[in-house]
Design a protein around this ligand. Structure first.
Ligand code: SER
Length: 323
């Protein structure tokens, strides 16, 4: 089902790192009036409200969610609201409640109110310290040890269950760390790879909260948007995995991203002060085997580390220039 221009799409968590960019991309493709942005907070970015419909929505409020779905009758819902890894470790009960109850509310409302397709993001956090770290396969030992990872793994299984029991066309990707210049991440373990570019462009040094040789899977935002929309546009019979797809693009360490930035800004300096996020990073894969995504719906990333660095620095410098 390719969404037609008259269909409505609802994005829950539209004010977040991914939500901001995805809402913008969907509005470009389908027309702003067909993409309803919803978030628990009124957007700081006026573009989200001015360019199309916006609804205040706490996904834990099931009645309000149903009200919004009844009002707009979306054919597709992107449910992106969640607490990320570092924040959920600090607030475990709320992290579990938001990540699980929010998902149940969306899945139940989709079944009850006739939403045809649901997108829900999973993460590399579904893997744990017992998982093979290099080229982590789709099917392997999981055993996540963070609240965020446990909630994402449970969520994947529930998505598959709703597909089997209710025939709900729910689709999901296990994102690596996402890096973009239009929005900031909030409370994740991979956030350093966004923060570091902002400091570099501001002419400041950066204190990194991970050790210099910590390799993690990462992805530039244009690739994440492409993967998400390609997955959502693929014919249903091509979607063989209804839990969540491994998705890879690049893998690097803080030392390597620093070197990549220094090729453009040779004076840029980084110091290292690992904190509790180091333990989380140590429990995650270093690189991802995403052959199922490549085979089932032709996934292919466009950006490697140096191409991303060039693009990030260019856009962040432009943002710093007075309008
Ligand atoms: N980027 C996320 C985090 O660090 C992983 O999905 O929490």
């Amino acid at each position: 089902m390719q969404s037609t221009p008259s269909d409505t799409i609802l994005v829950i968590g539209a004010g977040g790192q991914l939500g901001l960019e995805l809402t913008h991309e969907l509005r470009q493709r389908y027309g702003a009036s067909h993409v309803v942005a919803a978030d628990v907070r009124a957007p700081k970015d006026a573009a989200t409200t001015e360019s199309g419909p916006f609804e205040l929505l706490d996904v834990l409020d099931k009645n309000r969610l149903e009200e919004v779905i009844r009002q707009y009758k979306p054919k597709q819902v992107y449910h992106l609201a969640a607490l990320l890894s570092a924040t959920a470790e600090k607030n475990p009960k709320f992290g579990w409640q938001l990540n699980m109850d929010g998902l149940f509310h969306v899945l139940d409302a989709a079944v009850d109110l006739g939403v045809q397709r649901v997108y829900w993001p999973s993460s590399i956090a579904v893997f744990g310290p017992d998982t093979p770290r290099e080229n982590t396969p789709q099917l392997t030992v999981m055993n996540p040890n963070t609240v965020y990872g446990i909630s994402k793994l449970a969520g994947e299984q529930w998505c598959e269950w709703y597909f089997r029991k209710h025939g709900l066309d729910v689709r999901s990707l296990r994102y690596p760390g996402l890096i973009g210049y239009k929005s900031l991440p909030g409370g994740g373990t991979t956030d350093y790879a966004v923060d570091i570019y902002h400091k570099a462009v501001a002419g400041q040094s950066y204190e990194c909260f991970l050790e210099e040789d910590t390799y993690l899977p990462m992805m530039y935002m244009p690739d994440a948007l492409k993967a998400t929309l390609d997955l959502m546009h693929a014919p249903a019979e091509q979607i063989k995995i209804r839990s969540s797809y491994n998705l890879g693009a690049m893998s690097f360490s803080p030392k390597e991203i620093t070197a990549s930035i220094q090729r453009h800004l040779p004076d840029f300096q980084v110091t290292y002060q690992p904190d509790s996020r180091q333990q989380i990073a140590n429990s995650w894969p270093a690189s991802i085997d995403d052959q199922h995504a490549r085979r089932d719906w032709n996934w292919q990333p466009d950006f490697d580390l140096d191409k991303m660095t060039q693009d990030m620095l260019l856009h962040l410098k432009q943002q710093l220039q007075p309008a």
